[in-house]
Ligand binder design. Sequence first.
Ligand SMILES: [Mg+2]
Length: 279
Amino acid sequence: MTSPAADSSDLDAIVCRTRHLLLDFDGPVCSVFAGLPAHIIADRLRKLFGDHAQLPANVARTPDPIEVFTYAATISTDLATRIEAEMTDQELAAVVTAAPTPYVHDVVTACQNSGRSVSIVSNNSARAVHAYLARHGLDDRISLVVARTSHDPALLKPSPHLITQAVEALDAEPGECTLVGDSVTDVQGARLASVHSIGYANKPGERERLSEAGAGAIINSLADLALKFRARVADPELLQLSLRLQGRTFGAPGLSVPAVNRRTGASSREGKSSQGDPP
Ligand SMILES: [Mg+2]
C-alpha cells in the first residue's frame, strides 16, 4: 500500500503535469444513484429480457446496470439497443436526485483559475451527464463531455476509447491529461490511454483496490485536489486555453463541436465523429 507521504508527492507531480482534468461522472462529480438506486435500475433492465429468459447467476444478481447491458450485447444488437435506451431513460430520472460530490465545484473553480480545462469522461449516458451539469450550473464550466452514446459496451471504460477520444478532442497529449475516477475500470482505462490517473477512494477498501490497479495517486476527498490546483500559479498560456475551451461539449449526437488547436487557436476537429461511432 502506498504511504500517505508518497501519495502526496505523487499527487503533486501529477498536478504539475496536468493541463486537462478528466473527471469520471458517477463518484467524482456526483452520486448518480443517490435517489434512484442502481440495483433498481438493474432490475428494470432485466425485465426487458423477458419473463422466461435464463440469465447467468451473476447477471441475475448484479446491482450494476452496466453489467446487465454488457450481457445483453452478447445476445443481440437489438436487445443491447433496447437495454441502452432504457438505461438512458433511467439515468435521466436518476440525475434529478443525484447528490453532488463535496468540493467538486471547488475543483472546477481551482482548475479554471489555474488555466486548466475540466472535462467529463463517463460510462453514463451523455444525455444524463448534460442534464445533471445544466441542473447544477456546471454546463458552461465544463469544456467537454465524452460519455455513452452507443449500444456497444466495448467502447466503455475499461476500454481507453472514451478517454482517448477526449484527449484528441482537446488537442492534447496524453501526458498532460489526468483522469480522476472511483473505479478500477477508470484506472485501467487511464493506463491504456497513457493518461495520468488519480483514484478517488470514497468507500472503505477502495484505496487498496485503486492502488493495486495502478492509480498514480489516491485521494479520499476532492478537497485535496482543489487545494493542490489552487496552490499552482496560473500559466497565462494555459489560462487562455481554458477560456477558449469553456462551454464546449462532445460525445452526444448533435452536440459535437470542433476542438480548438491550443497552439494556433484554429478549429481542428470539424466533421469529427461522435463517441457513438466505431473507434
Ligand atoms: Mg465512477
